[in-house]
Write a new protein. Structure first.
Length: 589
């Protein structure tokens, strides 16, 4: 038994009133849970006493068992127990596939103690027909899943009987609404009987959550449990776990990547999560960090929302089972996931939504354990520290490491060897700027004050791209050091087939340009011949100076880069595929 649980509360599951069934208590013990957390002590008796509950508790406080235990107890005591195969008795809604899968896994030991009760996981990433076949053949008494897939199944399958639903759980309710699932959630609620128990669980209460509580709960008991500062259970208003040590590090944009690598080396035998603001950033840093010699012994595992579900599941399972390593991710892994043994949470990019900060750091210091977290800030973002402090999230300053090795030359050398890496870096760089513009704390994260030159250096870019934000607002571009002798047209793909295609595109483009030049020259000769008939004096054509030729070439390069980033925007909006983007940018370059 984990001794850290005794420090949370001295109450066992067997001590709760009304008493839990022996099977439920045994399932808890077999799963490694003997002592309850504060939120479980406060919630389970109310829920089992047939009260609706609206629970506001710090992340990592044990909310999952706070609703799973009442769920099995209420179903076990129902007059419809044991249910028929297609008789739905419980519904659990959560915002992400990963969280739904985690709840499903934790629920199995408890569900297995009930007679003829079958739980089914319903999430995206697989065909709806496969889920429908599973339900058609084996039925489903407890449905656990994301609102999109659950509402879809409910609309398609008349065989499912929802008249006997005893309990509805809305987990991470604020996130359900933030992600735009209000319509689906309301539909699911409308299909369920009013005579049911409902639990709404969230780490942060918002106006939208309040509205949902009014619509879905009947005279709910509000439960608010915050982090405990000591084993004496004196609760404060802190929104973060008591065992969490929070830090911030201020450094220039061109030093961030070197500071990150230094921190990863320092904690190479630990388990870390590193958060980035975009999927493109995860892809890029996952590739270049793996090429840095000092990080070779560290397992780097990327995960983000644009990966297919199978790849996401494999990445999460690999990291969960690992004793050390680094999960590089977006906020797809910020909520609810209980990955054991997280020692350190690193926020390389602060989240767009400040509420997500709490959920990110809550991946560590769970269930009374110790953990650390650090957020990287640029010098002009220091006000974020005071902003969080006013919201009961105090941070301590950490100094930049003076011994951190400069990794920019290594990253650039990797990009020089493969055009694909350079393209990923550019995509990550542009996506970061676009995401930065959407920060909800825009008075702190002011995108027009970004130092683009230093930022590009921090990404290890080979050249400073010309994008609309830079052109229109003249962002500060000092601090970028071009690669000596670098010519973009000479940068090759390591993949031979892609490089062959690029060369073919270049050849076609050159031929097309030569044909156009011939046509223009022919037209000019014709015009000149006509003009010579009207004038006896024809000035000789002067040769262009070196400076004039350079000006013309620069203008052409800028035009090409502008077109490249226009295509990048189209690819990001889904107007063209990634393959089409690469093919058409090859034509440009």
């Amino acid at each position: 038994m984990d001794s850290s649980q005794r420090a949370i509360t001295g109450t066992c599951f067997a001590d709760l009133k009304p008493p839990l069934s022996d099977d439920t208590i045994k399932a808890a013990l077999d799963s490694g849970f003997e002592f309850c957390t504060p939120v479980q002590v406060a919630t389970i008796p109310l829920f089992c006493g047939y009260k609706d509950v609206a629970v506001d508790a710090a992340t990592g406080s044990g909310k999952t068992l706070a609703f799973l235990v009442p769920l099995v107890e209420i179903i076990r005591r129902s007059t419809s127990y044991p249910p028929k195969p297609h008789q739905v008795m419980g519904v659990i809604i959560s915002p992400t596939r990963e969280l739904s899968a985690q709840i499903f896994k934790v629920a199995q030991p408890f569900v297995s103690t009930m007679t003829n009760v079958n739980s089914v996981l319903l999430v995206g990433g697989r065909k709806v027909k496969a889920d429908m076949d599973t339900l058609e053949e084996g039925g489903g008494n407890i449905l656990i899943g994301t609102p999109g897939r659950l509402s879809d199944i409910m609309q398609r399958m008349e065989v499912l009987d929802f008249r006997h639903v005893e309990i509805l759980i809305l987990d991470e309710a604020d996130r359900l609404l933030d992600m735009g699932f209000k319509k689906q959630v309301n539909y699911i609620i409308s299909r369920l009987p009013k005579q049911r128990r409902t639990g709404l669980f969230s780490a942060t209460q918002t106006e939208a959550v309040e509205e949902l509580a009014k619509a879905g709960l009947r005279n709910p008991v509000r439960v608010e449990v915050r982090a405990s500062e000591s084993s004496s259970q004196q609760f404060t208003h802190s929104k973060t776990p008591s065992g969490l040590h929070l830090e911030y590090l201020v450094c220039e944009a061109d030093k961030k990547s070197s500071q990150l690598v230094d921190l990863l080396i320092e904690n190479k035998n630990k388990k870390l999560i590193v958060y980035f603001i975009t999927c493109a950033s995860v892809n890029y840093w996952g590739q270049v960090l793996s090429k840095i010699p000092t990080l070779k012994s560290i397992s780097l595992i990327p995960i983000h929302g644009k990966m297919n579900q199978n790849a996401r599941d494999k990445a999460l399972a690999l990291f969960t089972e690992a004793t050390s390593g680094v999960l590089l991710c977006t906020d797809v892994a910020a909520r609810g996931l209980d990955i054991p043994g997280i020692d350190y949470v690193v926020q390389y990019d602060p989240p767009q939504d400040p509420k997500v900060f709490i959920h990110r750091v809550g991946r560590t210091a769970r269930f009374g354990r110790q953990g650390r977290s650090i957020v990287f800030l640029l010098p002009k973002e220091k006000d974020y520290v005071e902003f969080l402090s006013l919201r009961k999230v105090p941070l301590q300053k950490r100094k930049c490491s003076e011994n951190a090795s400069d990794v920019i030359p290594i990253i650039r050398s990797v990009a020089m060897e493969d055009r694909a890496v350079s393209d990923k870096g550019l995509k990550a760089f542009v996506s970061f700027i676009r995401a930065y513009k959407k920060h909800e704390c825009s008075h702190i994260f002011i995108w027009r004050e970004l130092e683009i030159g230093k930022l590009a250096m921090g990404y290890g870019l080979l050249y400073l791209p010309s994008i609309s934000e830079v052109k229109q607002h003249r962002l500060y571009s000092d601090g970028f050091t071009p690669v000596e002798g670098f010519k973009l047209q000479d940068l090759k793909f390591k993949d031979k087939s892609r490089e062959k295609q690029r060369q073919q595109n270049l050849k076609e483009r050159k031929e097309k340009r030569e044909e156009e030049e011939k046509r223009v020259k022919g037209k000019k000769r014709s015009n000149n011949a006509s003009a010579s008939n009207d004038s006896s004096k024809v000035s000789k054509k002067r040769k262009l100076t070196g400076k004039q030729r350079q000006t013309i070439q620069t203008a052409e390069d800028e035009e090409e880069m502008a077109l490249e980033y226009l295509l990048l925007r189209k690819q990001k909006k889904g107007l063209i595929t990634e393959d089409e983007y690469f093919k058409r940018t090859d034509l440009i370059l």
